[in-house]
Ligand binder design. Structure first.
Ligand SMILES: Cc1ncc(C[n+]2csc(CCOP(=O)(O)OP(=O)(O)O)c2C)c(N)n1
Length: 320
C-alpha cells in the first residue's frame, strides 16, 4: 500500500520528468542542442510508476524515448542534461547524446537509437542476476513498435525458458513514428504474446501511476522469488510528435490528442490527492515551482558547461 509521502513523491517525480522534457524541447526549438528530442510528455506514469516499485540495486534498459526513465530511476540531472546537450560532463562525455548513455551507478544498463536493441541488455542482466544469485530484477522499457523486432522475440523466448528475473515493460503509445498499432499488428493486445514465451502478460492502464507501480511491484516480487518474467503492456499516449520536428498530427487527429490529454497522468494523481484532502493547492503550486526551478538551474549550468575535448578519455567510461 502506498502511503501519502510515496504518492506525493511520485507526483513530484512525474512533474520533474515533464519539466525536463519541456526544457529539452525549448533547447531543440532554439537549435541549442545536437540531434533531436523524443518527448515523453503524456507517458510519465509509466517511467515513474515502474521505477518507484524497484529496489535501488535493480536495473533498467531504456530506448530512444528514454530521458523520462532516467529521471525516474534517479539519474544525476546535471549529467543527464549535459549529455542531451553534448557537453563534456554528460554520461557519455557528451559524445553519445540523449539516446546513447549508460551508467551502472544508478542501475542504468543503457539505451540506443536502434529500436528493440536494448531488450537483450535487460535479458542478459537478468541472466547474470540469476547466475550470481543477486536477486536483482531487470526491467526493459520498449515501445510497442519495438515489440516487432526479431531480437525482442529471441530475448523473450530465452527469458521464458530460463525463467529470468526480468520485466518487459511495453509502452504502447499507439504509434511507431506515424504507423498506428492497428496497421502493424493483427492482435489487439501485445500482452497476449507472453503466452507464447511461457510467462504472464498483462494489459495495464499506463496513465495511472499507482496502477503501474502496483503491477511492477507484483512482477518484481515474482521475479525475485524465481517466478520468471512478466510482460506488462502499458496503454498510454505521447502528447507530442514522434521527434522534435514532427507536429504530431496528420496521422493522428487533434481530437484524439485532446481526448488523451484529458487522461493526463499528472492531473489524475493531483486531482485524486486533492480530492482526498492529501494535497493542498498551495503545496502543489510550491512543489511545481520548485521542480521547474530545479530544472532551470540544471539547464543553465549544463548549457554553460564545456563541449567535449578533442581527445576523449574513453577509458574512464569503460572503467566504470
Ligand atoms: C532497428 C530500427 N528500425 C527502425 C528505426 C527507425 N525508428 C526510430 S523510432 C521508430 C519508432 C519506434 O516506435 P516505438 O518502439 O513504438 O517507440 P515510440 O517512438 O512510439 O516511443 C522507428 C521505426 C530504428 N531507429 N531502428
Amino acid at each position: 500500500m502506498l502511503d501519502r509521502a510515496q504518492r506525493i513523491e511520485m507526483l513530484r517525480t512525474m512533474i520533474r520528468v515533464r519539466a525536463f522534457e519541456e526544457k529539452l524541447e525549448q533547447f531543440y526549438q532554439r537549435k541549442a542542442m545536437f540531434g533531436s528530442t523524443h518527448s515523453y510528455r503524456g507517458q510519465e506514469a509509466v517511467a515513474v510508476g515502474a521505477c518507484s516499485a524497484l529496489d535501488s540495486g535493480d536495473l533498467i534498459a531504456s530506448y530512444h524515448r528514454g530521458t523520462g526513465h532516467l529521471v525516474a530511476k534517479g539519474a544525476d540531472l546535471y549529467r543527464l542534461m549535459c549529455e542531451c546537450l553534448g557537453r563534456q560532463d554528460g554520461y557519455s562525455m557528451g559524445r553519445g547524446g540523449k539516446m546513447h548513455m549508460g551508467d551502472m551507478s544508478f542501475g542504468f544498463l543503457g539505451n540506443t537509437g536502434t529500436v528493440g536493441a536494448t531488450v537483450p541488455f535487460a535479458t542478459g542482466a537478468a541472466l547474470a542476476s540469476k547466475l550470481k544469485g543477486s536477486k536483482q530484477v531487470a526491467v526493459s522499457f520498449m515501445g510497442e513498435g519495438g515489440m516487432n523486432q526479431g531480437v525482442v522475440h529471441e530475448a523473450m523466448n530465452f527469458a521464458g525458458l530460463w525463467r529470468l528475473p526480468v520485466i518487459y515493460l511495453c509502452e504502447n503509445n499507439r504509434y511507431a513514428m506515424t504507423v498506428s498499432l492497428e496497421k502493424s499488428v493483427a492482435i489487439k493486445h501485445l500482452a497476449e504474446r507472453a503466452k507464447a514465451y511461457g510467462f504472464e502478460g498483462k494489459v495495464v492502464d499506463g496513465n495511472n501511476v499507482e496502477v503501474v507501480y502496483r503491477e511492477t511491484l507484483e512482477a518484481a516480487e515474482k521475479a525475485r522469488g524465481g517466478g520468471g518474467p512478466t510482460l506488462l503492456e502499458c496503454l498510454t499516449y505521447r502528447w507530442d510528435g514522434h521527434f522534435g520536428g514532427d507536429p504530431g498530427v496528420g496521422y493522428r487527429s487533434r481530437e484524439e490528442i485532446e481526448e488523451w490529454k484529458k487522461r493526463c497522468p499528472i492531473s489524475r494523481l493531483t486531482e485524486k490527492l486533492v480530492g482526498e484532502g492529501n494535497l493542498g493547492r498551495e503545496e502543489l503550486e510550491r512543489m511545481t515551482r520548485e521542480v521547474y526551478a530545479e530544472i532551470d538551474e540544471v539547464a543553465k549550468k549544463a548549457e554553460a558547461a564545456p563541449l567535449p575535448s578533442k581527445h576523449c578519455d574513453l577509458g574512464s567510461i569503460f572503467a566504470q
